[in-house]
Design a protein around this ligand. Sequence first.
Ligand SMILES: Cc1cc2nc3c(=O)[nH]c(=O)nc-3n(C[C@H](O)[C@H](O)[C@H](O)COP(=O)(O)O)c2cc1C
Length: 167
Amino acid sequence: MCTPYDIPAAEMRECLGSYCSGLTVISGKNAGGELVGMTCQSFHSLSLDPPLVSYFAGKTSESYSVLRRLDRFCINVLSSDQEHLALRFSQKAVDRWSGTSWSEDCFGQPVLDGGILSISCRTHREYDGGDHFINVSRVAQLRHDRTKQPLLYFRSSFAYLPATESA
Ligand SMILES: Cc1cc2nc3c(=O)[nH]c(=O)nc-3n(C[C@H](O)[C@H](O)[C@H](O)COP(=O)(O)O)c2cc1C
């Protein structure tokens, strides 16, 4: 007999950490030039036609309260040498942008240098997702660096693809 039970948050977090993902930083700049950015594991490719991706942001996130009001923003998929950015853009009470190297996309939004993929977006829809918002984003432009390897996240730790032997 299979009996459902109330899943404690700690069990949910621990078990779902076995789902391996990449890592992103969602970045943006408002009309006043204020920069915002947050590390986000919950990024997904969603639709080809129209081109949509999605990410989930905690309802208490101060960064998302800024990002959701921006007309445009950028999703930076991190490469294997960008752990420091994953940590930096998740910390409170630090200037997340200090010492960070970035440039602007053609919409004037900040793109972190050295990523494996950057996706220029605008918000398409926002949905309720429990204690998170589900942001569905329309893709406007893609920049891809095929020489990079991805930064992975598995059971609360960074992880890396095994090195492949060159031919
Ligand atoms: C590896 C990692 C993955 C994270 N993934 C998410 C995520 O998918 N969604 C989210 O809302 N916060 C995520 N966070 C937390 C945010 O980066 C950040 O700490 C949180 O938004 C609090 O900062 P804020 O209030 O300035 O937004 C993640 C943090 C880390 C270290």
